[in-house]
Design a protein around this ligand. Structure first.
Ligand SMILES: [Zn+2]
Length: 402
């Protein structure tokens, strides 16, 4: 609970992958470095992302060279940036940290997918990238610089129709003010786009552009030289979707940023690769739209806790399938409803004691099934969003318990 936790984390992430350890969600103290109790040779070293400490000589050398480009207080600056109220955090940075610690999570197909992606990347390289927070660069880039008209943030080909179609239906379906929500994408290869990497490093570490450029010129070749990172085109860099609003944020860093839903190219690829592309993009988008409903209705609790995050995430799942299944919404048939419920299951996580906890796979599936059942029961009658919320909260104990 130390790190400031954000109203907006809740916003984050449809795909939460057992990520109890996001940089901002754990205390940013120099905890003793975890030792990696693992038989695999790859994991015989200690990697502490929080402090940059490692016993791996190759990684230590790289880290030293990279950190030499940053001011002495880089860690404090990074932590201050990450702790900013309202800043969204993706699941991958935390998943990488869990992976480096040798932790595993209750598996869904998505966990397996992410683990396979991580397995292909040399562990010392993962460590170096995690220290610099690279797995969240596309997220920050989309928050601070994303624009619905800039082609760098264009929706992933093949999903444009599904996303835009869902947006059009959602706008008319829900009773909240929503004309100001911009829809855009974040792409994985942002991490090798030199000017954008420089911009994010300056923002995150408080460096000058010249200092950031020196670091970027060390960092980008490391990414490009790692075969499994595919020149930056590895879905791991954008495996998330999130809703963001600057409304109510005090920090001037957020001034002028429009409300938005950002769809990661990586989550789309993950949905495709796990056989969920038919309804996955619609479900993910509907869930993020659900967060905007919650924001407009001021439904977020004042305090952050694993239980509160889970409640809001499961509610967003219910809002999502209510829209997807409803006759006045996307009007999914039962086959597609079942597939949407499967998507909710897919993105569940088991980090039950983390402030980033979104609900277990089973709980997310039950929340989604509950929303769809309510929609089918309502026929052509669309309930006010606050009524759906009230009904959901009544049903929540059952959704949690099963
Ligand atoms: Zn969410």
């Amino acid at each position: 609970m130390s790190a400031v936790r954000l109203r907006a984390t809740v916003l984050v992430a449809t795909a939460s992958l057992g990520l109890g350890l996001g940089l901002a969600s754990a205390p940013v103290s120099a905890a003793p470095a975890p030792s990696l109790a693992s038989e695999t040779g790859a994991k015989r070293y200690v990697y502490d992302v929080r402090t940059g400490y490692t016993t791996d000589p190759q990684a230590a050398k790289e880290v030293k060279a990279l950190l030499a480009k940053l001011p002495k207080d880089w860690m404090a600056k990074r932590n201050a940036f990450l702790a900013k109220q309202g800043l969204p955090h993706g699941p991958i940075q935390g998943a990488v940290e869990s992976y480096l610690k040798g932790e595993t999570c209750q598996p869904t197909a998505l966990d397996g997918y992410v683990t396979r992606l991580l397995n292909g990347i040399p562990i010392n390289r993962l460590f170096v990238l995690a220290i610099l927070g690279v797995f969240d660069y596309p997220t920050y880039d989309a928050v601070f610089y994303g624009s619905k008209t800039n082609p760098d943030y264009a929706l992933t080909p093949g999903t444009t129709g599904k996303v835009r179609g869902t947006m059009a239906v959602a706008r008319g379906f829900w009773d909240i003010k929503n004309g100001d929500i911009d829809v855009m994408a974040m792409t994985s290869d942002m991490v090798v786009d030199r000017p954008r990497v420089i911009r994010i490093i300056s923002l995150m570490f408080g460096t000058t552009s010249a200092e950031a450029a020196e670091l970027a010129d060390l960092l980008i070749p490391l990414i490009k030289d790692t075969t499994a990172l595919r020149g930056g085109n590895n879905p791991i860099f954008s495996l998330n979707a999130f809703a963001f609003t600057a409304e109510g944020e005090q920090d001037p860093i957020f001034n002028g940023i429009s409300d938005r839903i950002v769809m990661g190219e990586g989550i789309i690829k993950a949905l495709r690769d796990t056989g969920n592309i038919e309804v996955g993009p619609q479900m993910v988008f509907s869930h993020e739209f659900g967060h905007h409903i919650q924001l407009e209705n001021h439904a977020y609790p004042a305090t952050t806790s694993p239980e509160n995050t889970r409640m809001m995430e499961l509610m967003a799942d219910a809002y999502a399938t209510y829209l997807d299944a409803h006759r006045k919404g996307l009007n999914f048939n039962m086959d597609r409803v079942n597939k949407a419920v499967e998507v909710a299951h897919l993105v569940g996580d088991c980090s039950t004691d983390s402030n980033g906890h979104h609900g277990t796979p089973q709980q997310r599936a039950r929340a989604a099934a509950w929303g769809a059942a309510l929609a089918k029961k309502n026929g052509v009658n669309v309930l006010p969003s606050k009524t759906v919320q009230a009904l959901f909260l009544k049903a929540l104990p059952g959704i949690l318990a099963g």
